[in-house]
Design a protein around this ligand. Structure first.
Ligand SMILES: C[S@@+](CC[C@H](N)C(=O)[O-])C[C@H]1O[C@@H](n2cnc3c(N)ncnc32)[C@H](O)[C@@H]1O
Length: 374
């Protein structure tokens, strides 16, 4: 979908659902139209004739039809595009390894690091010594390193099958975030969420950094591995960050430490459970290390999945004078904003569209709401 069409549809949605918002105030941020995706996953197609070959495949989001990538994927970044033909070349020569491979996932950074995850529909070798699959994975890694001139510490391979995981290197890589005049180092980890478009992510982080104005404490829901957390924490206030995924929470701690941020507490808890915790409906063992009464919050930051916030979460965040809402789904965003503005009297101070997914119907938004009407 072309950007102009996406913007028109977005403006129509806002006009229809949030008629009091002045569309002249809508800010729009765009970036590269291709080569922007830092992570990509492909199905694998095995062909036996005329000789054995392996192909990266994606499925059309509307027709669900199989699309052969022919060794390239326009929306993925240059590193993924360099890896794809090399990966196909290696597997074509290594049937024993490629056999029953059904999916491949690439997670990359602008610092040129990559984790490649290979998912198999067959049992992996479980031997402690001379593990055949690990030997193959090592040969695969050596081949890619030589072919693409990659450093060994920048390339990590993970093999997954039902109940088994084999790993060569790490399951994480290190990204550098550029946020206005600041820089942060952020570990991103396989199998946990990371923002797919690094250029737009830096714009979103910079936007949040510019607009967080508070002398009070901040609550963050859905913090992932700490992408926004490091920026919010650098504003100098106390921050309480929460996230449900255990692996992501482990990495928030590591990311805070890497950036010397000591003003953050992290709770492994779902947003729905946190509503109960802050409303003192019931205590949670996982929050025992946190005394909620020591916080003097006035700002809440949320970045939920596509489903948006449920009603109880909307009611809970209405305790806060300021709401910063990052959303990957304009439809659930406007529904939540409609509820918050009509029921609790918030004003939409800022609304920005970020074209995080060019050439697709999707986009990201950031809305800043306040109860302060001055
Ligand atoms: C859109 S991602 C945002 C992550 C992070 N803010 C970032 O920029 O990378 C949403 C996050 O919410 C987490 N999540 C999903 N459902 C949740 C829930 N019910 N409660 C808390 N966290 C949840 C996911 O694990 C994921 O890390």
């Amino acid at each position: 979908m072309q950007f102009e069409q996406k913007l028109t549809q977005y403006r129509e949605l806002i006009a229809q659902k949030l008629p009091t918002f002045d569309l002249e105030q809508l800010e729009v941020f765009t970036g590269a139209q291709s080569g922007y995706r830092m992570r990509a996953e492909f199905a694998i197609y095995h062909q036996n004739q005329p000789s054995y070959s392996v192909h990266h495949v994606v499925h059309d989001s509307v027709t669900k039809q199989r699309i052969f990538c022919e060794g390239k994927y326009a929306i993925a970044n240059a590193l993924i595009n360099r890896l794809m033909p090399a990966v196909e070349e290696f597997f074509a020569q290594n049937y024993k390894f490629a056999h029953k491979l059904f999916q491949i996932e690439y997670l990359t950074t602008t610092t040129q690091q990559v984790v490649i995850s290979l998912l198999f529909h067959r049992a992996l070798d479980k031997s402690e010594e001379n593990n055949v699959d690990l030997l193959h994975a090592q040969a695969f890694k050596d081949f890619l390193q030589t072919k693409l001139n990659l450093k060994t510490e920048d390339l990590h391979i993970i093999l997954r099958a039902k109940k088994t995981k084999l790993q060569l290197g790490n399951n994480f890589i290190s990204e550098t975030l550029h946020v206005n005049d600041k820089e942060f180092a952020l570990y991103q980890v396989e199998n946990s969420f990371s923002q797919p478009n690094a250029e737009i992510n830096n714009l979103m982080l910079s936007y949040v950094d510019k607009h967080v104005h508070t002398d009070h404490d901040i609550l963050e829901l859905y913090c992932g591995v700490g992408n926004f957390t490091v920026v919010l924490a650098s504003c100098g206030k106390k921050l309480l960050a929460t996230e449900v995924n255990k692996q992501a929470v482990d990495f928030v701690y590591r990311n805070l430490e890497r950036n010397n941020l000591t003003n953050v507490q992290v709770g492994r808890i779902s947003a729905e459970e946190f509503v109960q915790a802050i409303n003192k409906v019931r205590p949670f063992k996982r929050l025992e290390h946190i005394d909620l009464d020591t916080y003097n919050f006035d700002t809440v930051f949320v970045d939920p999945p596509r489903a948006g916030l449920d009603t109880a979460s909307c009611d809970m965040i209405s305790q806060f004078a300021n709401i910063i809402y990052v959303s990957c789904n304009p439809h659930t965003l406007v529904d939540n904003l409609q509820y918050l503005t009509s029921k609790y009297g918030y004003r939409i101070k800022q609304l920005a569209l970020f074209d995080q997914f060019p050439q697709t119907p999707h986009c990201e938004s950031i809305a800043i709401l306040t109860k302060n009407h001055s």
